[in-house]
Design a protein around this ligand. Structure first.
Ligand code: AMP
Length: 306
């Protein structure tokens, strides 16, 4: 058991119709590791600058996330991302992306991270994802990416996808990557690159799971109020991979379905507050409660024909 994640560690400027934050702790690896920490032991890999201080480390430490592999670059600036959401929260406009310390980052994993059983390559430059994959012998590896990297580093991304078992991406991004109109064709094309599992995140419509011999779909939880969707995708991935790691990296149909429901349960909690602020109060019981609500929500009684 043990999960290692590489990805952006960031400060985010976020504006939604319900408020804003100028400098919220964020980044794909931060959202992911906090979410996964509800299920398993997590180590996070990535660089930060001088602006990343004790308060930020404390958020991770309070969740037991091991930060030994966070590299502090003297004089550097932490990754920065700014975005704004429309009234329809499915529409996010990226306003600014400053790579900062990621620009010259060369990942070097500690021995403990190299031995992790599960690896997640959260959203970041695909060359860096691959460098981490090459150093880590994890028997189960997953990956996320986004339009920014599909546009600027497609070839590298495809090479990285070939090295993992599970790909998790947004529906728009899956279509953009494969240039296929339907998700089924797109998922098959991604599986032909190497992975055996494709999870397509569909925002407020939930998520779909494609494997070589099956399909499963889960809705998003119908929330009365969503404050900020930032990190929904990463916390979903954290719940999903965290659950799989806690179950020996199993990828049978039953375990994958439960992992999808746990990912959805965590994500539905994450969006109740800005950035990763919800993690400060979130309990495992609240996640389990949501899991049960998902289970009940999706049951269909069969019809008996005489
Ligand atoms: P999501 O789960 O898709 O809402 O991811 C949100 C997180 O992704 C934010 O906290 C950002 O810091 C991070 N992010 C945004 N753009 C990028 C990028 N190009 N590369 C890596 N991380 C990013």
């Amino acid at each position: 058991m043990g999960l290692v994640v590489v990805g952006s560690i960031a400060f985010d400027a976020i504006k939604t119709p319900f408020g804003e934050r100028e400098r919220a702790l964020g980044g794909a690896a931060v959202h992911f590791s906090l979410a996964a920490s509800y299920f398993t032991d997590v180590r996070v890999v990535g660089p930060v600058g001088d602006d990343f201080g004790e308060d930020e480390y404390a958020v991770l430490h309070r969740h037991g996330v091991v930060t030994e592999d966070i590299e502090h670059v003297p004089g550097g600036k932490t990754f920065f991302y700014a975005c704004e959401y429309e009234w329809n929260l499915n529409i996010r406009h990226s306003l600014d992306t400053q790579l900062g310390v990621f620009e010259n980052f060369q990942p070097k994993l500690s021995d403990a991270s190299k031995q992790a059983e599960t690896l997640f390559l959260a959203n970041i430059q695909p060359d860096l994802q691959r460098e981490v994959r090459e150093q880590c012998g994890a028997k189960l590896a997953g990956l996320d990416s986004m339009n920014f990297w599909i546009e600027s580093a497609r070839e590298s991304l495809e090479r990285t996808i070939a090295t993992v078992d599970i790909v998790l991406m947004n529906d728009d991004e899956v279509r953009m990557l494969t240039e296929q109109p339907t998700l089924l064709k797109a998922a098959r094309q991604i599986m032909a690159m190497g992975p055996s599992v494709v999870v397509v995140k569909q925002g407020e419509y939930g998520a779909a799971l494609f494997t070589k011999d099956g399909f499963f779909s889960i809705p998003a939880f119908p929330l009365e109020t969503v404050i900020d969707p930032t990190g929904a995708g990463d916390s979903f991935a954290g719940g999903l991979l965290g659950y799989l790691d806690a179950h020996g990296g199993a990828t049978d149909d039953v375990t994958l379905r439960r992992a999808m429901a746990y990912g959805s349960a965590v994500a539905s909690r994450w969006v109740e507050e800005f950035g990763c602020e919800r993690a400060a109060t979130l309990t495992h019981e609240e996640i389990d409660e949501r899991f049960e609500a998902f289970r009940l929500m999706s049951v269909i009684e069969g019809v008996t024909t005489a």
